[in-house]
Design a protein around this ligand. Structure first.
Ligand SMILES: [Ca+2]
Ligand SMILES: [Ca+2]
Ligand SMILES: [Ca+2]
Ligand SMILES: [Ca+2]
Length: 495
């Protein structure tokens, strides 16, 4: 079919400064392929454009823009700029294909929406691609039903899941994200599925080397947002030649890539809470665990941490991974264990796993160099412990099981009590309970304080006097305190 131009009414003009202007009241209908080739000519649509099945091609070495009071709905669009870019000065839609031949398309804070049925990016490359340092997003809606390596709109986010996410809005942007460990690469995906739990989705994030923002490619990891927290997850795989990072996520949302932070996965048990093979989640089931860490308010000195929060949904998990309480972790200098390099509030699961603020992932220490550190674990009414020697921490999570042996904790010289207590009677070690004053001593002062706090009895409380962590203040806490405070005990954190 031959190109057919139909200008209804008037005011379709090519101005002297290189602009195709569709004036107000003008209706431009273009049929066939290619429809319009614009050479060093911008597009300004104040009227009505009916793209039919046409292609609008931008060529030439000058910067051109797409503007106008009307949001243009292209059928096909082709970026074939010899240099520089095509810039959006108005949001646009591309119903079918957006071709990249040469040059870039700069979003400049505007959105580019791809058609739900056929909208797709074609031929993006290191030199011809979408950019958006000043904001704007590429938007695609896809219906995902047990997707198998689906890459909606060819946006570069490939998803595989046995679940049914349903209608899913995928937004791809190129503005840097500010993360706890620095900034992201120049790309993010914001994914909003209709059903967004238990997806167990394998996501392959693609990027261009030109988007790396100075980061070491082989260190790229997934950072995804839950509430206001950025959670750093080790990827399942990283391919620096293919420019992809693969990660498994149960819940989708805002996600980007950046170099990972130091990670640790300790195992810790708490006396009083421990019973049988794991710990009670009585505080959680009573609904009293605060969503903001309690340690700052209790006067635990902070270094780079403090104010950590969690989503209420983190406390919905039951069973082995149910949250018992907040813990307080410290990295201390390998050269001097009295020097606290970084503090981080974390969460304790019923089976002893110490996890990050999503209640699942390893604990991360952002903004800290890869090095050896002493690791300290404290709890608001238990005696703290630390590793006997510095442990090597890196982006790959280091496991450290305090519970497997008394030797897993540093033994303070000249002190009668050990660092930990056998909470099981069968060689599972945990932190001594009963330091309700939080001074790393368990003595008559703690017993007196507990005695005062349990009078009268209280239930469904989050209180330091609740030394068995069942959310109740009563005779059990009183009796436990009486037992553990004789003889007196001292915490084992530093000399
Ligand atoms: Ca690469
Ligand atoms: Ca666990
Ligand atoms: Ca005390
Ligand atoms: Ca209690």
């Amino acid at each position: 079919m031959k190109p057919l131009f139909t200008a209804i009414a008037c005011l379709l003009s090519l101005s002297a400064n290189g602009q195709l202007h569709i004036g107000s009241g003008t209706h431009l209908v273009v049929q066939g392929q290619p429809g319009i080739v614009l050479h060093n000519t911008s597009w300004d649509n104040d009227g009505t454009f009916s793209a039919d099945s046409s292609r609008v091609v931008f060529r030439g070495a000058q910067t051109d823009s797409v503007s106008g009071t009307s949001e243009t709905l292209f059928f096909q669009l082709s970026v074939e700029k010899a240099s520089d870019s095509l810039r959006l000065a108005q949001a646009i839609q591309v119903e079918d294909s957006l071709f990249f031949v040469s040059g870039t398309l700069a979003l400049e804070g505007r959105n580019l929406t791809l058609g739900t049925d056929h909208g797709v990016l074609v031929g993006e490359s290191e030199t011809s691609r979408i950019t958006g340092a000043n904001g704007g997003e590429v938007v695609k809606v896809a219906i995902l039903n047990a997707p198998s390596s689906e890459n909606p709109g060819n946006l570069g986010m490939t998803i595989t899941s046995a679940a049914i996410p349903g209608p899913t809005v995928i937004r791809r942007g190129h503005q840097l994200k500010s993360l706890p460990n620095g900034t992201s690469i120049q790309r993010y995906y914001d994914i909003s599925p209709a059903t967004n739990t238990g997806l167990n989705a394998t996501i392959v994030f693609s990027y261009f080397d030109a988007e790396l923002n100075g980061q070491t490619e082989t260190n790229l990891e997934s950072w995804h947002q839950t509430g206001t927290n950025w959670i750093n997850r080790e990827p399942d795989a990283t391919y620096d030649l293919a420019n992809t990072v693969e990660v498994t996520l149960d819940t989708l949302g805002m996600a980007t890539l950046a170099e990972g932070a130091l990670k640790v996965q300790p195992v810790v048990f708490l006396q009083g809470a421990f019973s049988g093979t794991q710990m009670t989640d009585g505080l959680r089931s009573a609904g009293v665990i605060p969503t903001t860490e309690p340690y700052s308010a209790l006067g635990f000195p902070q270094q780079g941490g403090g104010g950590e929060t969690i989503e209420a949904s983190v406390l919905a998990t039951t069973g082995n991974d149910a949250i018992v309480d907040w813990l307080f972790l410290e990295l201390r200098s390998a050269a001097d264990s009295s020097v606290i390099v970084r503090t981080q509030s974390a969460l304790l699961q019923a089976d002893g796993d110490v996890v990050g603020l999503d209640g699942i992932s390893a604990v991360t220490f952002a903004g800290v160099p890869i090095d050896d550190y002493f690791l300290t674990v404290k709890h608001r009414n238990h005696l703290g412990v630390r590793t006997p020697s510095p442990i090597t921490l890196s982006r790959i999570a280091t496991s450290y099981d305090f519970s497997s042996s008394l030797n897993q904790a540093w033994d303070k010289p000249g002190i009668i009590n050990d660092a930990m207590v056998d909470v099981s009677g069968t060689g599972i070690y945990g932190l001594f309970t009963g330091d309700v004053t939080g001074d790393q001593f368990i003595n008559a002062t703690d017993f007196q304080a507990t005695s005062n706090l349990v009078t009268p009895n209280q239930s469904a409380v989050y209180q330091v006097g609740d030394i068995n962590l069942d959310a109740n203040l009563n005779a059990t806490d009183f009796q436990t305190s009486n037992n553990v405070s004789t003889p007196n005990k001292i915490g084992h954190v530093h000399p």
